[in-house]
Design a protein around this ligand. Structure first.
Ligand code: ADP
Length: 286
């Protein structure tokens, strides 16, 4: 049994420290201590974030499969150096045949020596490949944090229930859940996922999370099947929607502004008056 599940959940351990107060009371105590100034706002929010790690699975925080920078095992050292230089990532998964079959990871550190030896640039990347660490997408984030510690590795490949690649989680993704966004030296500023245009409308990235949209627009998009607005519109349409298509879901309309044959990139969301919202889940072409 590992540290995350030994002796009950993290919440239970903390609430024991707080003399058996329930989870809600511990949370309330932290909120009150922040409001009273006993805790700095940043300390309070970090404590709450740590407590809420208990509710998160790795699939909630992973970099999704479509964003993974990976290269084929057929590539040589030179291609691996290019991938690291172009992406700015220091670890690159290696796949054989397709991305569902990740066979190892290369590390920038290991490539440095090869980079200095031009006669090695055509050699296969298997020379410097290390084993990948695989975890299922339903693993608890706290458990993963423990495994990162014990296995002395800081990157996990996330597998879906069929053994396909679902995403990547690094220790930075876990830390961000506690301390908020960490900007790397090489991080390009990421486009905001939700840009509120006015009280009634917002421009959404296809990857914007449903619960965040609900919070900003007061919609009720929550879905058991998908997490993002791009995923939801594809789910409703039963295929990838095209630019110009509009969907009415509950009390809002969602017009696809940009999409290609793999992903929905941009969506314009508008709250509807009650009358026009009456036909739920209708789909129309522009
Ligand atoms: P790095 O500094 O190499 O980018 P970090 O561990 O600091 O690695 O992770 C920063 C972010 O980049 C995290 O969100 C992580 O999931 C993501 N990431 C790491 N490696 C890759 C990769 N090869 N492809 C796509 N995303 C990656």
């Amino acid at each position: 049994m590992d540290g995350a599940s030994e002796g009950g959940s993290f919440w239970h351990k903390i609430s024991r420290l707080f003399n058996g107060k329930g989870a809600d009371n511990v949370e309330q105590a932290i909120i009150e201590a922040s409001q009273d100034g006993e805790l700095e706002a940043a300390e309070g929010s970090m404590l709450l974030n740590i407590l809420h790690l208990d509710d998160l699975q790795v699939q909630d925080i992973m970099t999704p499969r479509t964003d993974i920078i990976a290269i084929s095992a057929d590539c040589g050292i030179a291609a691996a150096i290019d991938a690291i230089m172009d992406s700015g990532h220091s670890r690159i998964p290696i796949y054989r045949d397709n991305r569902d079959n990740i066979v190892g990871i290369i590390y920038a550190k290991d490539l440095l020596r090869e980079a200095m030896t031009p006669e090695n640039h055509d050699k296969p990347i298997s020379r410097v490949m290390r084993p990948a660490f695989f975890v299922p997408e339903t693993k608890d984030v706290l458990e993963l944090l423990n495994e990162f510690k014990t296995k002395k590795t800081h990157l996990a490949v996330i597998l879906d229930e069929y053994g396909g690649t679902s995403g990547l989680v690094s220790i930075e993704d876990v830390l961000e859940e506690i301390v908020g966004d960490i900007e790397d030296e090489h991080d390009a500023p990421r486009e905001a996922e939700i840009v509120q245009l006015d009280n009634e409308s917002a421009r959404l990235a296809g990857r914007a999370h449903l619960e965040d949209i609900d919070e900003v627009l007061g919609t009720d998009l929550d879905s058991d099947e998908v997490d993002t607005i791009g995923g939801l519109l594809s789910h409703v349409a039963g295929r990838l929607p095209r630019p110009g298509e509009e969907f009415v879901l509950g009390n809002a309309s969602f017009r696809v502004e940009e999409a290609d044959n793999k992903q929905v990139h941009k969506v314009l969301a508008r709250k509807l008056s009650q009358k026009s919202a009456d036909s739920r889940e209708s789909v129309s072409n522009a």
